[in-house]
Write a protein that binds this ligand. Sequence first.
Ligand SMILES: [Fe+2]
Length: 308
Amino acid sequence: MQEIAKLGYVGVQSPAYEQWRTWAPEAFGCMLGPDGDDGAVRIKIDDADYRLSIHPGDEHRLAYVGWEVLSHRDLDTLVTRLDKAGANPQVAGRELADSRGVLDLVTFQDCFGQPYEAFCYQASGYKDWDPPRPHQGFVTGDQGLGHVVFVVPDARKAVDWHIDVLGFRPSDIIKLREPLGDMWFLRANPRHHSVAFLEIPELLGLHHVYLECNSLDDVGYSYYDVLGGDQNPDMLMKLGRHIGDQTVSYYIRTPAGFFIEYGWDGLAIPETEARSPRFIDVRKGKRPEMWGHEFTMQPNETVRPYKR
Ligand SMILES: [Fe+2]
C-alpha cells in the first residue's frame, strides 16, 4: 500500500508574494516558472513548470501541499482509501487542475484539516534548467521536490494517519525537550523524509520546505555571499549538518513567513532497504547535529504566521 510517490509542489498565500520574484532567484539561484492565473509567483527548480507557488493574499497562509502519484489508477485507489478515512476527497474540476498545472487532481484534508492534494501528470515543456546565476541544479527526480515539515499539536496522531492513509514509513525520531514533544520523519521514496512533524502544544502550521542542491558550493555561496550568513536576523538555524538525514543546510525565514531549508547531501535510503528507524533523545543530552545548526529563535516563534 503506497500510492503517494513524492512531494510534488507546495502553495502558500502571502501579501509579500511579489517579493519572491526577485528574492528567490537571488537567494536560491532558482528560476521563475510561468505565473499562476491569479498572478502567483512560481518557483522552478527542475523540469516541472513549478515547485513552489506564492499566491496573493491578505495574510501568510498555507494554501496546499501537492503529493504526486504515478498514475491516474493510483489516484483512484487513493481516493477510495481517503474516502474510508473520512479525509473528504474531492475530484477537482478542469479549471482547478489547470490552475495547478496538472492533468488529474484530488483535494482532501489530513487529520488536522491541513489542505492536501494528490495529483498525477504535472506540466513541463518549459526550458528545463536555465538559472539566473550559475547553479548546478537541485535534487528532485524520484525524491520529489524535497520535504515539508509541519508543527502539529500531536505528532503521533499525524504519524499514524500518514502511515495508515498515505502509506508513509518512519525513518527516524528525535525526542525533544519539553514543552516540545517528539519529531517524526517519514519517507515515501529514497529521500530520508518527504514529511516530518514537530510537536508543539496547541500549534499547527507549515514550518519549512526543503530544497536540496546538487552542489555544496551553491549552499555556501547562498549562505555567505548572498544572505549574509550568521549575521542575517532571519536565519533560524545557522549552517550545520543533521545526524538523521545527514543534510548540510541552513534555515531562512522567507518573505511569506515560513522557512526554507536549503541544503546538500541528504541521505537517500534504497527502496529495498528495511531500515530500522532510530531515535535520538535530546532529553538525555544527545544532540541531533553533527556540527553547527545553531538555533536563533524559540520554536513557537517559527510558526506564528500560520497559527490557527
Ligand atoms: Fe528539514
